[in-house]
Design a protein around this ligand. Structure first.
Ligand code: SF4
Length: 398
């Protein structure tokens, strides 16, 4: 097979030693596809004025608001975060700060939903740009998952022996579905203990939306490939996800064919190239990467694990990291005595997270300071109750 090497354009390279310069929202090429009902007056503001305005609104709100920033958030937004972390850590942090009436979540939609599920009834969660979704979460739409569940029920004569497990990176409705059907939520840190728990309770697991996290975790647990089936949700209803009865019956793990558009880009060629250029390199990747990338890496783990791995590496270490560029870039800056670079030479930011431009943050913060809530994310109460069941089950395992 011929491997074609991508030749990155200089302005598109994933450099880990440069930040993102703020340009006015109106000059962002992709703005037309983002939330466009932001008032006109915010569109032309430059970086310096935005910083000043967000800071002023932040100061006016005091402890009434908490600003949360996901690790993959752009530099010009994360600078305002009271707390940085992964989605679960941030949701828990918000819940442990009941004095904050407003939770401004600089992340994507499913993260804001998780914060709303875990926070108190008096707290309101705000997502600065409602167009900040997650391509992985969007691959598991609730009607598709419910349709697949019904097909599995028909195939196996019921679902008593199937345990649904959803990754944190999914809609609230799917967390609720798992809570209602004896299932559970997992994160990239605890997927192995969650899968072990599920296999004690059922003959098979229905895992969504990230096939790679499911497969990589199962490999590490010693589950052979032939006991995993991949459910193609793009096929018409009634297609059994493209699987034969035999494939379904011998599966212990039915994986949803979803992926993260950022992590699926990392390739074995990139790992080999990094090793070719730096013989002493250590490669650390996220478990949302493909199985062959994870196998070729020296270490695999969540964003928190990757950050610790880089921090604990000795001075002079060379580290190639397979995760989103904003985190890699930050780690490079925080560890100047080491060489830290991104495995992917071309663009690898989370493009949906990137939609949280500082202008959106200034808008929602100034509205809050005036006592008006815009862009509230509110999960229906019934959904919340079931989702909490699935999250509590996970917490008991963590
Ligand atoms: S990095 Fe991937 S999984 Fe995370 S929010 Fe972006 S698209 Fe979704």
């Amino acid at each position: 097979m011929t491997t074609i090497e991508a030749t990155p354009l200089p302005q598109l390279q994933c450099e880990s030693d440069v930040g993102i310069e703020t340009i006015p929202l109106a000059s962002e090429g992709a703005f037309a596809g983002w939330q466009t009902d932001i008032p006109e007056r915010y569109r032309g503001l430059g970086g310096a004025e935005l910083v000043e305005r967000v800071r002023a609104a932040r100061a006016a709100l005091g402890a009434r608001a908490v600003v949360l920033g996901h690790h993959y958030q752009r530099e010009d937004v994360i600078q305002f975060a009271d707390r940085r972390g992964d989605s679960f850590d941030l949701a828990r942090y918000a819940a442990s700060h009941p004095e904050s009436e407003y939770i401004v979540f600089c992340g994507v939609h499913f993260m804001a939903e998780a914060a709303d599920i875990l926070s108190g009834p008096h707290q309101q969660v705000v997502l600065p740009n409602l167009a900040a979704g997650c391509s992985m979460a969007d691959m598991a739409a609730q009607p598709d998952v419910l349709g697949a569940w019904r097909e599995l029920a028909a195939e196996f004569g019921g679902t008593e022996e199937i345990v649904p497990v959803t990754y944190m990176n999914s809609a609230a409705a799917l967390k609720a579905f798992c809570g209602e059907h004896g299932g559970v939520v997992c994160t990239s840190s605890n997927a192995a203990s969650v899968l072990a728990w599920a296999l004690e309770r059922g003959r098979r697991i229905f895992f969504f939306p990230d096939q790679h996290l499911g497969r990589n975790t199962a490999h590490a647990m010693g589950i052979p490939e032939q006991e995993m089936a991949l459910w193609n949700w793009r096929l018409p209803p009634g297609s059994r996800g493209g699987l034969s009865g035999d494939e379904l019956r011998r599966s212990r793990l039915i994986l949803w064919e979803g992926h993260c558009s950022v992590h699926q880009r990392f390739s074995l060629t990139q790992v080999e190239r990094a090793r070719g250029r730096h013989p002493d390199v250590r490669v650390v990747v996220h478990p949302e990467c493909r199985a062959e990338v994870v196998r070729a890496a020296d270490a695999v783990g969540s964003t928190a694990y990757i950050a610790r791995y880089v921090r604990e590496a000795p001075a002079g270490a060379v580290l190639a990291v397979g995760t989103e560029i904003n985190l890699v870039s930050r780690l490079a800056g925080e560890n100047p005595e080491k060489t830290v670079f991104c495995l992917d030479p071309v663009v690898c930011p989370c493009s949906t997270m990137y939609r949280v431009h500082p202008a959106y943050l200034a808008w929602v913060m100034e509205e809050l300071a005036e006592g008006r809530v815009v862009n509230r994310i509110e999960v229906p109460e019934r959904e919340k109750e079931h989702a909490r069941v699935a999250l509590r089950r996970m917490l008991q395992l963590a």
